[in-house]
Design a protein around this ligand. Structure first.
Ligand code: ATP
Length: 455
């Protein structure tokens, strides 16, 4: 596991995983562009999630709702009124901080819950304890004010008559407002689930820690609609699903824990985060929430369309409860990268950096490496066969040792090396990333061999 986030940031940049956004224009803070290796890793994580939650989970349906929605959606959800965080600005260095985070970090007793405080109470606490700016060390804050987290844009063609619309700050509202569409078109019976993966945008006050908190990110959100009496049973089931999925992605159990929320939103019945140990400490990877019937009730009220369910067996009509399981692939990717990172001392005294990804999420499964350039015809032939099955890299530049190191650094589980014996007897060597052991196998057996290990 990595001990310092900077190592991950540097590796991601130099090895084609993640680049700073708009870099040639001096960047655009807290935006990130995914390179060829990074996008493959992110897609693998999303596909694995989709497979677990949609493809193989009975009564599950995937959708892709619009990013721009009728602004009433955000009134009904409560975001227009209250999706904001308390902020303070340092008058000396102009740095902006979340007031609740400042207080949380300062309080060593662990008994202060800033979520329960009004802005005035936070002002008083910061003043009483003279909490200093973590950037310049001065104590010279503005008062606490609420800072809106939704990005606004406008829609309309006539200047002055444009309507404000919002970039969605979460994907789940698209799932709630399509509850009846999915239920009717798919003849779904409760309990059933709706899943979605898509972009969300948040004007975060303190984004940072690489891709941990971004202003533009994706969310993988799953809503399970169930009878109110069954909601706690399913809440616990989804806690297990969240745990197992993180484990399947390669997070070690000793680096995971649940954190039950001390303070619940007024509509929530239960809520917890699955936390993971990052180099910045224990932090939320995903949330699991029992949201009660709040969301469907609100949208029924604001839209005038009743969102409820008639049980065909019992004739009971009710508003389903919703269990939500929600996470961003960005945060999962960071957790996976931190967990997989290793610096290994080799017998010859060198150190190799290696990402021990679970083979199924590795960006590239195989690298094809001709030992010498004049073997490239045969190597290309093998590449063509394998790339139909797996994401493959092809590299014929530099010493074989350096090429292995490069593949270790992007976590490629297998390197296939083509040498002169290949031309004689149709065999290649295949090197295992973790053990660095090599075996010789027939080219015709390669696909089966790799398939078995990757699955
Ligand atoms: P946090 O307390 O970290 O701000 P949250 O409780 O606001 O998160 P939710 O609104 O429940 O988070 O979002 C669900 C999930 O979406 C989180 O568990 C996290 O995986 C992801 N997520 C939320 N905000 C961001 C962000 N700014 N950047 C990347 N991922 C995010």
């Amino acid at each position: 596991m990595v001990d310092n986030l900077d190592k991950i940031v540097n590796l991601c940049k130099t090895r084609g995983l993640i680049f700073p956004g708009s870099e040639i224009y001096d960047g655009f803070a807290n935006t990130w562009d995914y390179g060829p290796v990074g996008i493959s890793l992110r897609n693998n994580l999303k596909n694995l999630w989709w497979k677990k939650l949609v493809q193989t989970r009975p009564n599950s349906y995937g959708i892709d709702a619009s990013i721009l929605m009728n602004p009433k959606v955000w009134e009904a959800s409560g975001h227009v009124k209250s999706f904001s965080d308390p902020k303070v600005d340092c008058k000396n260095c102009k740095n902006r901080q979340r007031a609740d985070h400042l207080i949380e970090k300062f309080d060593k007793t662990g008994t202060i819950i800033p979520d329960n405080m009004t802005n005035e109470e936070m002002d008083a606490y910061i003043a009483e304890h003279k909490i200093k700016c973590p950037v310049c060390g001065k104590f010279d804050w503005t008062n606490v004010r609420q800072f809106k987290l939704m990005f606004e844009t406008s829609r309309g063609t006539v200047e002055g008559e444009k309507d404000v619309v919002y970039l969605r700050p979460e994907t789940c509202q698209g799932e709630y407002i399509n509850f009846l569409n999915v239920q009717r078109s798919m003849r779904a019976k409760i309990p059933f689930g709706i899943a979605q993966i898509g972009k969300s945008f948040r004007n975060e006050i303190t984004p940072g820690n690489f891709i941990f908190r971004c202003i533009e990110f994706e969310q993988m959100e799953y809503q399970w609609f169930c009878h109110p009496n069954d909601s706690e049973k399913y809440y616990n089931e989804f806690k297990n699903i969240a745990w197992d999925f993180a484990k399947e992605c390669g997070i070690k159990e000793e680096n995971m824990r649940f954190h039950d929320h001390d303070k619940l939103a007024f509509y929530a019945k239960s809520a917890c985060d699955l936390q993971v140990k990052f180099p910045i400490g224990w932090q939320e990877l995903n949330g699991v929430h029992n949201r009660s019937d709040y969301d469907l009730t609100q949208h029924s009220k604001y839209s005038g369309k009743p969102l409820n369910y008639l049980d065909p067996y019992t004739n009971e009509r009710y508003v389903p409860y919703i269990i939500e399981y929600s996470m961003s692939p960005e945060r999962l990717m960071l957790a996976v990268l931190c967990e997989a990172y290793d610096e290994e001392k080799l017998p010859n005294g060198d150190t190799r950096i290696v990402l021990h990804f679970e083979p199924k999420i590795a960006p590239y499964k195989v690298a094809i490496l001709p030992l010498q350039k004049n073997l490239s015809e045969k190597a290309t032939e093998i590449y063509r066969i394998l790339c139909n099955e797996f994401m493959c890299d092809y590299d014929e530049a530099g010493s074989i040792g350096k090429r292995y190191r490069r593949q270790d650094e992007i976590g490629t589980p297998f390197c296939v090396t083509i040498d002169f014996e290949t031309l004689e007897n149709n065999t290649v060597t295949i090197r295992d990333r973790d053990s660095m052991e090599q075996i010789r196998i027939n080219i015709d057996d390669l696909i089966n061999y790799i398939n078995e290990k990757v699955k």
